[in-house]
Design a protein around this ligand. Structure first.
Ligand SMILES: NC(=O)C1=CN([C@@H]2O[C@H](COP(=O)(O)OP(=O)(O)OC[C@H]3O[C@@H](n4cnc5c(N)ncnc54)[C@H](OP(=O)(O)O)[C@@H]3O)[C@@H](O)[C@H]2O)C=CC1
Ligand SMILES: Nc1c(N[C@@H]2O[C@H](COP(=O)(O)O)[C@@H](O)[C@H]2O)[nH]c(=O)[nH]c1=O
Length: 598
């Protein structure tokens, strides 16, 4: 069940301002202040949209008791300092007795408590939270911890309500809509974007479409791409437009490009096959044009086959791969199919003051099978904005789920069913870094200092276990290209990038892979894991806390390191972690024995 994000109107009857008591006036004043600061926290969080994925967007404002802002901060990118720590640093001594405003409850998925500790140690007196963390395993823990330190914590919509606060809470839901969707559904948050003429065409009847919207509007599209994990088009748009689908506004990240094509009847020469800067994934029907699949692979374009190629299956697949937000830039054929499959959540339409006409000129949404206007889909929370000469109309086809009633807090879950303990399980699955036990993933942002295997003196920092593991595939090979590859992996901006370089090079240039790789890879991984868990004591404690449980890396694709979709994988990563855990447990029992003997 989800609830439309319509504003809740205060149930009290109209009260003449003159009759408000002092207490009412005071409360209204506080609410207005709280609302303004929470909105500011949401605005700050918004500043890094697209950069923090897969982590949420966090903003924090510290205000003194007289209502002055003394410090602000936002999570700049995944793995950087939390917003709360930055705001506390900026506010300095003004933190004591202040109120901290957070658009969202901090999520402590790596067990290091940095955000909460920063607020506690700085002497913050009160914390106002826009929304609780949407992920069940993180929901409520930071709030509980803050309260346990005697800090007053108010959550909008739970502790107090008013129109102005509801408005502020809504801005917090909007800024992290993709993560909220992740918490509630099995598909990523999807935005359908198109540019159309005033007479409702997305191209001339010839198919020519460059350009309908103005340059300013197209720059806005680059920004939209920069906030998305992937941009998707249909085969026809590739054939017709030869798009690049890159974010070219000079900042932010560049999304993966996805092409949906049943026939794979696609041109050999296309901008999307240049995967040197951004990767492209083609999703297709199982068995389609094998020769073309080979050709794409030679261009480093990944091909994923589906038994049933339809938008829902494709979105469920990308959800599993960790994608949070998708921008659909397809034509009307695929757009209609996506809307019919209920995978589109928001529509962003640029309307240009131009008329092109043409009976056969395509329109933004193809056949939906509706026959009466009463069947039309109504957008909610519609916004209108002029962008240069164009009008930008956006709105939601499906409301952002309101987590208040949908996902009970952990406390509430216990109240409903005291026998339910979400943390009790004999199998612990981990996969994505933001999930519970996500720190067990090789992609977790925990740098390690390790030498190349076989060379003991040359220690260097690797941004993650994945960086180290992938680089080791090419270590010791006497070929300058192998050395170059190691360096590229070592300096890759993210574990995902490191994995991409490592896997692609292994596939396309097998001569660069060290001869003993298959024999040593488990040892390489074990050494890296040992280094990671020994470097970070809270990770070691987290690993020890899983004693008695089977650890499984829930990767649906990796059948060697992961457990596979239905347990068919060998789960070597889970096994190595369990081995490490028993090694640590052995150590602690030996040291306990020694202490008792002493
Ligand atoms: N102004 C704008 O904002 C935009 C304009 N355009 C214009 O639109 C025109 C292309 O529109 P259109 O033909 O609708 O192109 P689409 O981008 O919708 O591509 C349709 C193709 O998508 C593939 N597809 C795969 N699975 C499905 C599915 N389940 N349902 C539907 N399609 C699927 C098929 O490719 P295959 O045939 O390979 O199997 C199908 O032919 C061009 O003229 C282009 O310039 C396009 C995008 C945006
Ligand atoms: N024609 C049209 C759009 N078309 C979309 O943009 C894609 C081209 O992107 P790129 O190659 O990166 O510039 C194209 O394939 C289609 O998806 N978009 C707009 O904002 N306005 C326009 O007028």
């Amino acid at each position: 069940m989800s609830m439309a994000l319509s504003f809740r109107i205060c149930s009290s009857p109209l009260i003449c301002k003159a009759t408000l008591s002092n207490a009412d006036n005071n409360r209204n004043h506080h609410h207005a202040n709280d609302a303004a600061f929470i909105r500011r926290a949401a605005d700050l969080a918004e500043m890094s949209a697209g950069l923090t994925s897969p982590h949420p967007n966090f903003g924090c404002v510290i205000a003194t008791s007289s209502g002055k802002v003394s410090g602000e901060g936002y999570l700049y990118a995944q793995g950087t300092k939390p917003a709360e720590a930055l705001a506390v640093e900026a506010a300095g001594e003004f933190c004591r007795g202040s109120t901290a405003y957070l658009n969202m409850e901090p999520g402590d998925c790596h067990g290091d408590h940095t955000a909460v500790s920063a607020l506690v140690q700085a002497g913050v007196e009160r914390v106002v939270v826009g929304i609780r963390h949407p992920l069940q395993h993180l929901r409520g823990s930071a709030i509980r911890e803050l309260r346990s330190h005697g800090i007053e914590v108010n959550v909008l919509g739970e502790d107090f309500e008013s129109k102005v606060l509801e408005d502020a809470r809504k801005s917090c839901l909007l800024v992290n809509a993709p993560l909220i969707h992740r918490a509630c559904s099995r598909v990523p948050f999807s935005v359908l974007k198109y540019a159309m003429t005033l007479d409702g065409k997305i191209a001339a009847s010839s198919g020519h479409a460059a350009w309908i919207s103005s340059k300013l509007s197209r720059t806005r599209v680059f920004e939209l791409r920069g906030r998305s994990d992937a941009v998707i088009v249909g085969g026809n748009t590739v054939r017709q437009d030869d798009p690049r689908l890159t974010a070219r506004h000079g900042q932010g990240h560049t999304p993966t490009r996805i092409v949906m094509s049943q026939s794979l009847d696609l041109p050999e020469k296309a901008n999307l096959w240049d995967a040197s800067e951004v990767s492209t994934i083609v999703v297709t029907q199982r068995g389609a044009r094998k020769s073309f699949q080979k050709f794409l692979a030679s261009k480093c374009v990944e091909v994923v086959e589906f038994d049933m190629l339809n938008p829902r299956e494709v979105m469920e697949y990308f959800h599993l791969r960790g994608y949070l937000s998708i921008l659909w830039e397809c034509g009307g054929t695929l757009a209609a199919s996506a809307i019919s499959s209920s995978v589109i959540h928001k529509v962003v339409a640029f309307v240009a003051p131009k008329i092109i006409g043409g009976r056969n000129a395509p329109s933004p949404v193809g056949e939906l099978g509706m026959v009466e206007m009463t069947q039309a889909l109504n957008l909610i929370d519609v916004c209108y904005e002029q962008v240069g000469p164009d009008m930008l109309v956006s709105g939601f086809l499906q409301p952002i789920p309101d987590l208040l009633p949908v996902i009970p807090s952990e406390d509430a879950t216990f109240e409903i069913d005291p026998t339910v303990n979400p943390f009790e399980s004999s199998i612990i699955f981990f996969y994505k870094t933001w999930d519970l036990y996500g720190s067990f993933s090789n992609f977790s942002p925990h740098p390690i200092r390790m030498p190349y295997v076989g060379e003991n003196d040359d220690y260097m920092t690797w941004s993650s276990v994945e960086h180290y593991y992938q680089a080791n595939k090419f270590v010791g090979v006497e070929n300058p290209m192998a050395l170059d590859c190691v360096e590229k992996i070592r300096t890759a901006r993210s574990p995902e990038e490191a994995a991409l370089i490592g896997r692609k090079t292994q596939r396309h240039k097998p001569e660069l892979v060290r001869k003993d790789w298959e024999d040593v890879k488990i040892e390489v991984m074990y050494m890296a894991l040992k280094c990671k868990f020994s470097t970070y004591p809270h990770l070691k404690s987290m690993l020890l806390s899983t004693a008695g449980s089977v650890l499984v890396e829930a990767s649906p694709h990796d059948l060697f390191w992961g457990g596979g979709r239905e347990g068919e994988g060998l789960n070597y990563l889970g096994r190595l972690l369990m081995q490490l855990r028993s090694e640590y447990m052995g150590e602690s029992s030996v040291s306990a024995e020694n202490t008792s003997l002493a």
